[in-house]
Structure formats: structure tokens, C-alpha cells
Ligand binder design. Structure first.
Ligand SMILES: *Cc1c(COP(=O)(O)O)cnc(C)c1O
Ligand SMILES: [Zn+2]
Length: 425
């Protein structure tokens, strides 16, 4: 048994369940009741210190498994071998100067093996699948969760069946095929893919990784918060901006800081600001109207940021709690700002983000304009996925500003002429 794992808890009705008792959401509250995995914080506080965690400096401990006592895995034998997590937290002084902000930190999640933060969740789910002896894992995904699952499954030899919308970027679909996943390319939306994967899992007895629905995803994603705190010397930034589709990442950041706060390893929670694309902003509206997230229904969603194009955020209850409980906020940004933020981030900090990741920089501009974030604050941006994931959008981002590669004749005369035209000589 796990020495510190206590129970599963529903964020709506607060009923408790044993880990073996429930696989997915709360049996009483249904699909909106995405469960929390709760630990015995009292015992953790007595047994483990942050100094012990930080003392792990060997290369094999520089990944998310360094937080093993706070992760819901029962046996080391089931830990996938890929190097996931312990991504850099980069200081971005030139970006901070341009935005006149005291400090900006970038958590560079594109550095994970399949190039997005989703690897953290898939690692945790794959470990759980091995523990319960699942032979097939399935998931619906806008692309990155699937790529992460396909990569992790390949590393441990578990079969996976993926449901993705046919509109997913080519690079993400290609990742699935390269890793050997079986791909159901759904002629519909992510929400359609989600419902189909749930039904197929039921019909065939597959273990389902679906975001929010499977409680292990949040536990994986919370490790990004653990790392941010550890990399800042066991402190929290003032505010963190997180892009929101299903709301599982922001729920995970909340859970991570919550765990640390419960143990007294940090002395306050950071404010969490959820950023959505205007064309997929149901959380923003529910927040503004102070609606109960339980009663939200599927709404049309279209945005260039495919990873956050979601009609019904599956982890909406915990995503709303994350923002409410930390005195944070929700805001939305237009696709033009999302695209413009791709080269802006790349040029100011050397980090190449996919649209759903550059969204947080567009969101920071907006938050500074409206006063949601102050210029004296210590800000962290979660850069959730790599720019090469969606090359079409990257091309659109530079085309929009008229930046081109300059054709040149293969001679020094040609070079000299061009250099002159460009003001280089
Ligand atoms: C999945 C994803 C998000 C959004 O995460 P949710 O849990 O769906 O809110 C943001 N950015 C990237 C790159 C993603 O892959
Ligand atoms: Zn419940």
C-alpha cells in the first residue's frame, strides 16, 4: 500500500472513496465530479522535508518521480522509463523588461519527450494501467494528450487506442502513428471524440486516460507546480498564467500548490489566471456570470489554438475552484494575439511555443492592461507545448507580420546586394 495516499474525494459532494473503489468520476455526481486524490498531509509533514526532495541531484532523479511520496503510484516497477518532467524554469529578463514586469519565469514544458506538458499525465496513467493490469489504454485528445500517451505506452509496451478530431495538426497525428498507436480519426469535434472514447472504453473494457475523467491526470500535471516551487527555492510566484481547455492543467497546478501548502513547504498559494481563446471561452463566461460550472453544457468552440479548443471543459469544477480559491481570474484573448505571441515569446526568450502555449503571453498583456497583474509582481507563464507541434500556425504567425526568408542568388554578389537592401551593409 501507499504510505501517504489517503482517499479519493469529490469536489462537488465531498464524498470519499477508496482508490480501488472508483476508476473515474464520482458515482453520485456523474461526469462533472472529477475526483481529487488526497494524501495524509500530517504524516507527510512529519516524514519528509523539502530539503530531502531537493537533495536528490543524481541524473536519474531529475524527473517528476522525485516527488514519489506525493504521487499515487504503488510500486516503482510500474514507472515508465522516459525522462518526463524537471523541465527548465527559465528567467526571461528581456521579456520582463519589454512588458515592464518585475520578474517573468517560463516553465518550458515543450522540453518533455513528446513536447508537451501532457507527458506528465500520461506517465501517471500508464503507471496506474500497469498496476491494474490493463492491456489497452484509450484516450480522446485534441492531439497532445494522445501523443503523450502514445509515447509513454511505446516505452512500456502497452497498446493504446486514440480518438482524435480529424482537424488535429498533422505533426500531432504523425506522432501517434510513429509511436505505433491505433488512431481513430473522428470526423467531428474533440467533444465528439471524448464521448466516443468513453463509450468504447466501456464496451471493450479499455482503461481510459481521458483528461479530467481519469483522476491520475491531475496528479501528473501537478508535478509542474511542484517543480516551479522547488526551482524557486520552495516559494510560489505571485501569479501563474495557465491556458485552459478542459481545465485539467490549471486544476493540476492548483492541486500541486495545494499539496505543498498543506505540508507547509510553501507559505502561500499563487494566484492562478486561466487564459482561453475568445472562440473557446466557456470558462471565462461562466466565471464572469458566476455560474455553477456543474451546469455548463457543450458550446461551439473554434480557435487556432487547437489544444484549447473545447466545447465543454471536462474538469470545469476543479478549474473553477482553482481560480476562485486563489483569488485569480479568467480572461480570453483573440486568435490574432495568440499568433502574435508566438514570435514575440521566441524572440524575447528563445522559447518556441505552440498557439495554446503562447496564449498565456497574450493573456499576460491583457492582464497587465486591465490591472489583473501588477508590474511589481513575480509572474510565471506555463509554456505548455512546443511550437513544432503546429507548424501551420507558426507560419501564419510570421506571415501575419510580413516576415519572410529572403531569396538570394548563389553568389557573393547576390549576398552583397541583399545585405545592402536589408541595411546590413
Ligand atoms: C492540453 C493543453 C492545454 C490545455 O490543458 P487543459 O487541461 O485541457 O485545460 C494547453 N496547452 C497545451 C499545449 C495543451 O496540450
Ligand atoms: Zn460527488
Amino acid at each position: 500500500m501507499h504510505p501517504y495516499l489517503s482517499h479519493l474525494e469529490c469536489p462537488i459532494c465531498h464524498r470519499h472513496y477508496r482508490l480501488e473503489e472508483v476508476s473515474y468520476t464520482c458515482p453520485t455526481c456523474g461526469e462533472a465530479g472529477t475526483l481529487d486524490i488526497v494524501y495524509d498531509y500530517e504524516r507527510l509533514r512529519q516524514d519528509i522535508t523539502p530539503e530531502q526532495i531537493s537533495a536528490q541531484t543524481a541524473p536519474e532523479s531529475l524527473n517528476l518521480w522525485r516527488y514519489r511520496p506525493l504521487l499515487p503510484v504503488l510500486d516503482d516497477a510500474f514507472i515508465p522509463p522516459l525522462h518526463i518532467g524537471w523541465t527548465p524554469l527559465l528567467r526571461a529578463p528581456r521579456l520582463a523588461a519589454a512588458l515592464e514586469v518585475k520578474e517573468i519565469w517560463l516553465k518550458d514544458e515543450g522540453r518533455n519527450p513528446t513536447a508537451s506538458l501532457k507527458d506528465r499525465a500520461s506517465a501517471m496513467v500508464a503507471a496506474r494501467a500497469a498496476e491494474i493490469g490493463a492491456e489497452v489504454i484509450t484516450t480522446a485528445s485534441s492531439g497532445n494528450a494522445a501523443a503523450a500517451l502514445a509515447g509513454v505506452c511505446a516505452s512500456v509496451g502497452i497498446r493504446c487506442v486514440i480518438f482524435v478530431p480529424h482537424t488535429a495538426p498533422q505533426a500531432k497525428i504523425t506522432q501517434l502513428l510513429v509511436y505505433g498507436a491505433t488512431v481513430f480519426l473522428v470526423k467531428g469535434t474533440y467533444d465528439d471524440a471524448f464521448d466516443l472514447s468513453v463509450q468504447a472504453a466501456k464496451e471493450y473494457g479499455w482503461y481510459c486516460r481521458n483528461t479530467g475523467m481519469n483522476p491520475f491526470t491531475t496528479e501528473g500535471k501537478k508535478t509542474a507546480a511542484f517543480e516551479i516551487a522547488e526551482q524557486l527555492g520552495w516559494t510560489a510566484p505571485d501569479v501563474i498564467l495557465v491556458s485552459v481547455g478542459d481545465g485539467n492543467i490549471i486544476a493540476g497546478q492548483y492541486k500541486g500548490f495545494y499539496d505543498l501548502y498543506q505540508m507547509g513547504w510553501i507559505d502561500r498559494m499563487p494566484r492562478l489566471i486561466g487564459v482561453q481563446a475568445e472562440g473557446s471561452s466557456s470558462m471565462v463566461r461562466a466565471w464572469a456570470e458566476e455560474r455553477d460550472p456543474v451546469s455548463m453544457t457543450v458550446e461551439p468552440a473554434t480557435t487556432v489554438a487547437d489544444s484549447i479548443s473545447v466545447g465543454l471543459p471536462r474538469d470545469r469544477v476543479k478549474a473553477m475552484r482553482a481560480v476562485r480559491a486563489t483569488n485569480g481570474s479568467y480572461l480570453s484573448v483573440p486568435d490574432t494575439a495568440i499568433l502574435a505571441a508566438i514570435p514575440e515569446l521566441a524572440r524575447a526568450a528563445g522559447v518556441f511555443a505552440e498557439p495554446a502555449a503562447s496564449t498565456v503571453l497574450a493573456g499576460l498583456h491583457r492582464a497587465l492592461e486591465t490591472g489583473l497583474v501588477g508590474h511589481q509582481e513575480r509572474v510565471a507563464l506555463l509554456i505548455t507545448g512546443h511550437g513544432l507541434k503546429d507548424i501551420k500556425s507558426a507560419i501564419a504567425s510570421v506571415e501575419a507580420e510580413g516576415k519572410i526568408a529572403h531569396p538570394v542568388e548563389p553568389s557573393m554578389d547576390g549576398v552583397r546586394q541583399l545585405a545592402k537592401e536589408l541595411g546590413l551593409a
